[in-house]
Design a protein around this ligand. Sequence first.
Ligand code: ARG
Length: 563
Amino acid sequence: MELIHKYAEEITIHLNGVLELHAVKKIIEKPKYEVQGDLAFPCFILAKTSKKSPNLIALELANEINSPVFEKVIANGPYVNCFFNKMMVSKEIITSIAKAGENYGSLEIGKGKNIVIDYSSPNIAKPFSMGHLRSTVIGNSLANIVEKCGYKAIRINHLGDWGTQFGKLIVAYKLWGDEKRVKEETIKELLKLYVKFHVEAEKNPNLNENARIWFKKLEDGDEEAYKLWKWVRDESLKEFSNIYELLDVHFDSFQGEAFYNDKMTEIVNKLDEAKLLSNSDGAEVIDLQEFDLPPCLIKKSDGATLYATRDVTAAIYRHKQYQFEKSLYVVGHEQSLHFKQVFLVLEKMGYDWAKGLEHIPFGFILKDGKKMSTRKGKVVLLEEVIKEAIELARKNIDMKNPHLENKEEVATNIGVGAIMFHDLKNERQNNVEFSLEEMLKFEGTTGPYVQYTNARACSLLRKGNFQDTASNVIGLDDQYSWSVIKTLMEFPNVVKRSFTQFEPSQIAKYLIRLSQDFNKYYGHLKILSTDEQLQSRLLVVKSVTLVLKEGLRLLGIKAPQKM
Ligand code: ARG
């Protein structure tokens, strides 16, 4: 039940067809102060047709409405303000949330339909960057959100595992590589080799020619080249999986760029037949001047394919495979041009479904206001950063709650949750300042704050010996309960908004508000005192943990019962 909807229904009944329900719903406002009522309906719009003053209309309307859902309905100047019957509404809400359980807020808009989400997608043999972390966290949350809306999410890790750089890597490994060291510290070692290659190639241009030959061999399926490439890919994936395991993020497919190697010829031929290709200095390109964009490169002059060629091919493959309604690419905004080009190429090829392709861009992660970059040789290894967050969380537990069970697990939940929440709490297009200290605070707008609020609610339920099937629920009529109830009611709408805008921040911000409302409720009421409202109060607590837990789950964050 949504309060606005309920109020709009009542008002509409009394308007005799002058306004329709959705029009009424649109103009209903929240009064400035809570004491003025829960909702206000402005009557200006009715003055024209009825030739009465808005104030008079408000008076008449207020008199006419008399449903038991309202405690009272009064005219406030040109507004009709309503006060809901708190006992009745709160009882209805908390019983319905408890009944729905974790399905509260679930929607059916996507029933039977698929959404593909391309996220994380790091480049093998290179460090997992801060940008990839953002893509991982945002993409994972979006996948959870679309599933909450009834869609089937197809989670794809489009690994950067193809391209001319693998020719260089093979040459470097054959010259200077050491199998044991690569096995021990894959990414660090491979990066070293890659950097060394560039230094040496400055002095010895032959190396570049060799690299080109080796990549050509790789593309043509040469056994030695393929074996080396496969080994590098496997070892890199092993290292990336450590990160995915810590974050508890999963994929349905790791079909990256290499997967499309044998599927591109067909697509390039199609482009050719459709007369979309033109020659530019020996390279094959698709002209996009009509859109004021630079041409999209499809084939280099030496015949090698490019990033865009693989993305065009991948989109077509995915549509065939999954018949998606939408296909999302969670990639930093610095790749906006690339995706614009790829989507336009697909439209020019006549694919109607290309309208369902969407780039979901996001900002940078900053350290002290500057972009965190992986400078030559000096890499911030993400796994270490995550482990540091977990370590800090563990120290905190040692201080506050040294006898906690599952300390290790809870520390991971808090450390990882802190990083994720910090990333997701602002609109994704904003940059994020990376500060472990900031994100691990138990106060303020952090993941640990929400987790802690939930743990506090869980502990209340334990102390109150709350049984999941609460009886004697009569509802509540104090202002603190009412604030919590009203916020709880917003959840389904928040889920919907987070979906239509592809904004997990909608959920993160909401969880902060719910936590704040709950902490006031907790601070002002004696929840566990035994009176006839005890079961109702506990059911509010139960509803709060249900929604906090489910909201956190949508963000990819765990909700430990004890902290
Ligand atoms: N590997 C790319 C990078 O690190 C991101 C790939 C994103 N997905 C895609 N389909 N292009 O920049």
